[in-house]
Design a protein around this ligand. Structure first.
Ligand SMILES: Nc1ncnc2c1ncn2[C@@H]1O[C@H](COP(=O)(O)OP(=O)(O)OP(=O)(O)O)[C@@H](O)[C@H]1O
Ligand SMILES: [Mg+2]
Length: 309
């Protein structure tokens, strides 16, 4: 079983408009509301690939039904810690040209008791897991060292911990030397203190992360593909898509695929292939952070994987 800590559950609203002009009144053409947040995306991907997955995150009274129903439809066992405040809301506005304008809510300020309840549920789930993922932003109320502490807890239980975060939370997590971290281009640039813009830069970054004690770093570079390393070598995977619809959440879906590869003890090459197919499957679809198994399987043979060292 895989546990995903995706504490900062969001309510995503996707709205299509004709045009978007500041200061004007706009009428909605279509509107979709669904549970979001990186943890939801990762967990949905793992479930779509057929592995058992628990997701620990926040819920509020107004959205408990929506979230629990959707997660259960998608095969994710959701542990929702109910808070007094409101969940984070994220708004995506798409105009006729396909451009997406995002407005991301701040999210709730948690009380110490609410933070403790999340950590308690997380620890309970870790005790039954083979693999653990910490994904996305920490809700307000947590210290930026929280992922480092959770990662140390997971390691102390002899399990592997995979971290996808940014800013101070990621920097502190790195010091705890988790099994895997998955920065994207911006995150690895921030982490390494220099811009990483091409595959040579990504290769160097993977080497540096391994030297810093990360057993299996994965660096994703959007359309340039993904790179992963471990003691067996460093590999790069990419795939060209004819039609790209929405790449938001591709990193989350890639991480879900990588987690499944690790849980199944696949080789690094095959694990990266599965991850890249999941990232691309998400980019092909409209919904953010959601893939279907048959779409992933159809893309697998198209992924080009090569060994770099
Ligand atoms: N345009 C694309 N064509 C093909 N594959 C893509 C494309 N965009 C993303 N991918 C795949 O998805 C992976 C993750 O993408 P990216 O680096 O954009 O993640 P990210 O920025 O972490 O995304 P998010 O945080 O929104 O989930 C890439 O490494 C690649 O394998
Ligand atoms: Mg990402």
């Amino acid at each position: 079983m895989i546990t995903v800590a995706g504490f900062n559950t969001a309510i995503d609203r996707f709205i299509q408009l004709g045009t978007l002009t500041p200061g004007e009144v706009h009428r909605v053409r279509t509107e979709l509301v669904y549970p979001g947040g990186k943890g939801v995306h990762v967990a949905q991907t793992i479930a779509a690939l057929g592995e058992r997955v628990h997701l620990v995150g926040l819920v509020d009274a107004a959205h408990r039904n929506l979230i629990c129903r959707r997660m259960s439809e998608r095969g994710v066992l959701f542990h929702g810690v109910e808070i007094a405040g409101d969940l984070r809301h994220c708004l995506a506005l798409q105009d006729d040209e396909g451009r997406i304008t995002e407005i991301l809510g701040q999210g709730p300020q948690l009380s110490p008791a609410e933070c403790d309840a999340l950590v308690r549920d997380f620890r309970r789930s870790v005790d039954e897991s083979d693999l653990v993922i910490l994904s996305g932003s920490l809700p307000r109320g947590f210290e930026p060292t929280a992922y480092a502490e959770l990662s140390t807890y997971v390691k102390g239980h002899g399990q592997r911990c995979l971290v996808d975060a940014s800013g101070a939370a990621m920097r502190h997590a790195l010091e705890a030397q988790p099994f895997l971290i998955k920065p994207n281009r911006d995150e690895i640039s921030e982490l390494s203190g220099q811009p990483v813009t091409d595959l040579d830069g990504a290769l160097q970054a993977v080497r540096d992360l391994m030297a810093q004690g990360v057993a299996m770093p994965v660096v994703t570079m959007g359309a340039l593909g993904a790179m992963a390393g471990n003691a067996s070598g460093i590999w790069h995977a990419e795939l060209s898509l004819e039609r790209v619809r929405n790449t938001v959440g591709s990193g989350d879906c890639l991480l879900g695929g990588i987690a499944v590869g690790i849980a199944r003890e696949m080789s690094l090459e095959d694990t990266l292939r599965l991850g890249a197919a999941c990232g691309a499957a998400n980019a092909q679809g409209e919904e953010t952070g959601f893939v279907q198994r048959r779409a992933v399987e159809a893309l697998l043979p198209q992924v080009r994987v090569r060994r770099l060292s």
